[in-house]
Unconditional design. Structure first.
Lengths: 331, 331
C-alpha cells in the first residue's frame, strides 16, 4: 500500500446554494420543514424561487463544503460530483478548484441543470433547505476512478447522496474500492429525514464494519439508533465504529474512539448569521485534526472553531483564514 | 400630462456581480486599474475568473442597484436592460423583481451570455471591476417602450451604458421620449474612464439642457470639467444643471440646485467591507428624497445613509431595511 496522494477524497452533491434571508412567517406560508432539507422537483423549485427575496449564489454541497474547510486547513483534497454543462456548473467548478481542490468530474451535457439548493435563512440564523438535485443525481458509478479512491487516506461520503439511485450505487462501489485499498471510510448522516428514508442501509453498512468514521448530530443519532436519549444513543452506536462524532449545536460535541471519549463546548460566536454548513465545517475541522494525528479532544476543538467561523457569515464555505484562526483559538 | 405611474424608470446594464475578496498583490499581478471599471472580452474574463478565489454571485448593475435602493425606500420603479436566456439572466431577473421592481425586457436567446462583472475586493474594501458586457450590450433601441418612459417621473441612465453602441442609441431615444413627455432625466457619470471615452457626448447633452439631475464623484467631475479643483468644477458645471450632486467618498457630498447649495459629511461606517454600489446607493437615497419633495440637504443625507449601509457588507444591493434605517438616522 503506497502512501496516499490525498488526505481526503469526497463524493457529494455538486450544488450551488441560492440563499436569501427571510422572516419566520414565510417558512410557515410555504409549508417548509424549518431547519431541515427537502428534495424538490422543478415545479416546486420554481415556486419557491418565486417566493424568495433577492438572493445570492454561493457554492455549496455538504461534502464539498467540508473539503473547502479541509483544504483551507492544509489538507490535500479531491472531489467527485456531477455538475451540468451550464453557468452554475462553471460556478461550482470554479469555486471548488479556486481553493485548491482537485475536481475533474466531467460536466454532464444537456438537461437537467446543475443542482441548486434554495435556502431560506430566518432571523435566528437557522437555515431551511430545498434541494433541486438536477444533474447531481446522475453521477454514474462508472465515473468513479478506483485508482483515485485508492489514492486518498480517507474517503468521505455524504448521506444526502444516498437519495438518488445512481450516486447511491456509485458510493457503494466507492466504499468497496476504498476498503480494498485499505483506506478509511468516513460518512456523515446529513439529515434526520434522510435516515427516515435510508436508515436500514446506513445501519447495515455500520453493522458490516464498512464505516470507520461517522458524523451525526443529535437528531440523526436518535433517528439512527431509535434512542431519544443522547447517552443511550452513544452507547448503542459507539462500539460499532472506530470513530463516532456527535455534534450538539450550541451544546458542543462529543467524540468516542476505541473506548476513549472526548467532549467540548461550542465556540462562542458573537452573532449567528447563518447556520448553513455548520455540520460540514465541523467535520472539516475534525478530519483536519485526524489526518494530522491530533488527539481526539483537539480534533473536536478544531471542528468547533471551523463551525463557529462558518455560522458567523452567510454561506457554507469558510471566509476567514482558518489556519490563522486555529492558531489564535488553539495555540 | 397624466400623473406618472412610476417614480423612476432606469435603463442600465443587466449584470450579475461575481465577487471575491483578494489581497492587494493580486490587483498588481493581474494588471488591474485599482478602484476602476474595465471592460473585458471573453478571453480576459476567463483569465481573470481563473485567477480569482472562490466567489459569490450577487445581482448588480449600477442603475439596477440604484433602483433596488429606491424600491426599498418605497419608490415605484421599473427597469429596462438586456439579459440573455440563461441561468445568470434568470438570477438577475429574479433578484430585481423580488424587490418589487417591474422588469419586462425579454431575455435575448443564444450567445453571448448575461453580463458579468468580476469584482476583486481588497482588504480596504475597495472594489476593482472587470465587466464582461455579454448580452447587455445588445439592448436594442426598438425594445424601448416610449409609453413606459412617459409613465415615469424620472428617467435614470447610467454612463456605463454609453460604451456599447446599441444601448447608447437606445438611451438617446429614451432621453428624447422622456423630454417629449415632460419628464426629468437623471444621469450618473459612472466612471472617470467612461468620461475619457465619452466626455464630449456627455458635455454636449448637458450643454443642450438634456440632463436635469447629474450624479458625479470628484474624479468624474474633474474629468468632465477639466478642473482639478472641486470648487472650480462645481462652479463650471452647476449653472448648466437643475440639480448637480457630487459625492466625495469619506469627505461627504455636495448638491447644488437653483443656486441653493447643501453639503453633508459621510455617514460613520464601523467597517468598510466592500465599496461596490456606494455611488449607486447614494443616488438611490438622494432620488428617494427628491421624489418625495424633501429639501436638498435631507436628500443628500438619505443618499449618505443608503451608501453607508451598502458598503458595510458584500454586494451592491441593500440588505438592511433601508426605511427603518432612515428613520433611525434621520428621524
Amino acid at each position: 500500500m503506497s502512501a496516499p496522494r490525498y488526505d481526503v477524497l469526497a463524493i457529494g452533491n455538486a450544488i450551488v446554494d441560492v440563499m436569501s434571508p427571510c422572516e419566520d412567517e414565510l417558512i410557515e406560508e410555504l409549508g417548509l420543514a424549518r431547519g431541515g432539507m427537502m428534495l424538490v422537483d422543478t415545479d416546486r423549485a420554481h415556486e419557491l424561487y418565486e417566493a424568495m427575496g433577492p438572493a445570492r449564489e454561493i457554492s455549496g454541497g455538504s461534502a464539498a463544503n467540508t473539503l473547502a474547510g479541509l483544504s483551507a486547513l492544509g489538507a490535500q483534497c479531491a472531489f467527485i460530483g456531477q455538475v451540468a454543462d451550464d453557468q452554475l456548473g462553471e460556478v461550482f467548478a470554479h469555486d471548488i478548484r479556486a481553493v485548491g481542490i482537485d475536481f475533474d468530474s466531467p460536466a454532464r451535457p444537456g438537461p437537467p441543470s446543475t443542482a441548486r439548493c434554495l435556502i431560506f435563512v430566518t432571523p435566528d440564523g437557522q437555515r431551511t433547505m430545498n434541494t433541486y438535485l438536477g444533474a447531481s443525481q446522475f453521477l454514474p458509478a462508472e465515473a468513479l476512478d478506483e485508482g483515485l479512491i485508492a489514492s486518498a487516506a480517507i474517503l468521505y461520503l455524504e448521506g444526502y447522496l444516498w437519495d438518488p439511485e445512481q450516486p447511491r450505487a456509485a458510493m457503494r462501489k466507492a466504499i468497496a474500492a476504498a476498503r480494498a485499498a485499505g483506506r478509511r471510510v468516513a460518512f456523515t448522516l446529513s439529515d434526520a429525514f434522510v435516515i427516515d428514508r435510508h436508515g436500514d442501509d446506513f445501519r447495515a453498512l455500520i453493522d458490516a464494519g464498512e464505516i470507520d468514521i461517522l458524523f451525526a448530530n443529535k437528531a440523526e443519532l436518535a433517528a439512527l439508533t431509535g434512542e431519544a436519549d443522547l447517552e443511550a444513543g452513544l452507547a448503542a452506536l459507539a462500539p460499532k465504529l472506530p470513530v463516532l462524532v456527535v455534534t450538539r449545536s450550541e451544546e458542543g460535541a462529543v467524540a468516542i474512539s476505541g473506548g476513549e471519549r472526548a467532549e467540548i463546548a461550542a465556540e462562542p460566536v458573537e452573532h449567528v448569521v447563518d447556520t448553513t454548513g455548520a455540520g460540514d465545517l465541523f467535520a472539516a475541522g475534525f478530519l483536519a485534526g485526524l489526518v494530522r494525528g491530533e488527539e481526539l479532544g483537539r480534533c473536536l476543538k478544531m471542528g468547533a472553531v471551523a463551525a463557529g467561523e462558518v455560522i458567523s457569515h452567510f454561506g457554507a464555505r469558510p471566509e476567514a483564514d482558518l489556519r490563522a484562526l486555529m492558531k489564535v483559538r488553539l495555540g
